[in-house]
Design a binder for this molecule. Structure first.
Ligand code: C2O
Ligand code: CU
Length: 456
């Protein structure tokens, strides 16, 4: 059954609600429990899906803090497997980074605990997920949003998160357990057949004419890339990976795995109208993700003010004139220079020629950087596949793609590099420690495409 068909069937069920998830009350003791759970993903007309979740449902609780606050969360592992939690995109101390065997021992299955505690220097949209056995753990539903509000957030009527994810379900809405199949790992990764928004197949998303919504998009999929079009609307892009960009109209919002975009969506449609949100990233596979459904009420307002830029985060500007340059080549995969399977069974990808098994850190770091110095990395995708490349503990500027300068200033922690393409990134190595540098297509990460960068 293809995904379209599944969505049509699901449409027969109860309309899947997209209510924003309850945030933890500020100051409350926070425990994040990872455990098996059951949830209706494709409407109540289909069976519930057995999955793994933080706090009992997917996505996990939306964690909201103010910029400058300190996060303190105790993770309890009630899963049948060891785990860790990585707070993606946060510039935190290395020991809090959630990378098993590199920054901490795994949190033991059946009751292990670990306390994560660190300051939140940057405002923006982030997320959390396991960093051990990620293809299966994320694929079964372990992820949630981490929103850090500006000290003075821009005025909007609603501030919402859409956690986008996909699942590979069978006809009984069960997750198929073919994780890390050769086909997925050596090609585009595990792309599911069912897309959900905030943990349910989306039918309608209720809006009111004249509303201004801040919409925080998070791609929590293992491998799926999204290309979103808001028909009849012109959303403003205001941040990427949590960091402000000069507001600009975004015709199509492309998000690789792990990437985030903050939009200002002005609801300029008529009362009672329906407008589709289409994902057309993959050629000839466009589908309707959901409809924006306008209430009949009178418009809240007729004219919208300009969209003000968000205040910048306190990230150091790399000194490009003095930066040291390095070239890093991502290779392998089907139709590429795959490592010999006799020598490297199950490893299909390489960084600078070397495949690294998931969390095998006997390999020397690929780069040893001097603390406080600026670096430009020329990232070369020498494969026939897309790769969202993520650096832990830092934020970088994307300087150029395929030698063409990026207009305006664009920051991020994950950069999507097209097949046979390049991207240049620059950053100040100001956070000491051993940091993961890997593809965020989780099947690629777990089959060779990961490395460690040391800042000393
Ligand atoms: Cu979101 Cu190393 O990962
Ligand atoms: Cu990849």
């Amino acid at each position: 059954m293809n995904r379209r068909r599944f969505l049509q069937i699901a449409a027969g069920g109860a309309a899947a609600g997209l209510a924003p998830r309850l945030a933890f009350a500020q100051g409350a003791v926070r425990t994040l429990r990872a455990a098996p759970a059951e949830q209706f993903l494709v409407g109540a007309a289909n069976p519930e899906t057995s999955l793994w979740a933080y706090g009992g449902s997917v996505p996990g609780p939306e964690l909201r803090f103010k910029q400058g606050e300190r996060l303190r969360i105790e993770v309890e592992n009630a899963l049948p497997v060891d785990t860790t939690v990585h707070f993606h995109g946060i510039r935190l101390p290395n020991a809090m980074d959630g990378v098993p065997h590199l920054t901490q021992p795994p949190i033991a299955k059946d009751g292990g605990r670990f306390v994560y505690e660190f300051d939140l220097p940057d405002a923006g949209t982030y997320w959390y997920h396991p960093h051990l056995g990620s293809p299966e753990q994320v694929g079964r539903g372990l992820y949630g949003a981490l929103v850090i509000e500006e000290r003075e957030p821009p005025a909007v009527d609603r501030d919402l998160v859409w956690v986008l994810s996909d699942w590979r379900l069978d006809r009984a809405a069960r997750i198929t357990d073919d994780f890390m199949s050769f086909m997925d790992a050596s090609h585009a990764g595990r792309i599911g057949n069912t897309v959900t928004v905030n943990g349910a197949v989306g039918e309608t998303f209720a809006v009111r004419a004249g509303e201004r919504i801040r919409l925080r998009l998070i791609n929590a999929s293992n491998a799926r890339i999204y290309g979103l079009n808001f028909e009849g609307h012109e959303p403003w892009l205001i941040a990427l990976d949590g960091h402000p960009v000069a507001p600009r109209k975004a015709e199509r919002v492309v998000l690789g795995p792990a990437m985030r975009a903050d939009l200002i969506l002005d609801c300029t449609g008529e009362p009672g109208a329906r407008h589709r949100v289409i994902d057309d990233f993959y050629q000839r596979r466009a589908y309707r993700m959901l409809d924006l459904h306008y209430a009949k009420e009178e418009p809240l307002r007729k004219a919208y003010g300009a969209v003000p830029p968000l205040p910048p985060n306190p990230v150091a500007q790399p000194d490009l004139s003095r930066a040291e340059r390095h070239r890093i080549v991502f290779g392998g995969g089907m139709m590429g220079a795959m490592p010999s399977q006799r020598q490297h069974r199950g490893l299909f990808w390489t960084v600078n020629g070397k495949p690294v098994p998931e969390h095998d850190h006997r390999h020397a770091p690929i780069l040893a950087l001097a603390r406080g110095k600026s670096y430009v990395l020329d990232l070369v995708n020498d494969t026939s596949w897309h790769h969202p490349i993520h650096l832990h503990g830092h934020v970088f500027r994307v300087l150029a793609r395929n030698g063409k300068a990026v207009q305006g200033s664009e920051w991020g922690d994950t950069v999507l590099i097209d097949p046979d393409s390049r991207a240049e990134i620059a950053f100040v190595a100001d956070n000491p420690g051993d940091w993961m540098f890997h593809c965020h297509i989780l099947e690629h990460q777990a089959s060779g495409m990961m490395a460690v960068v040391r800042v000393a």
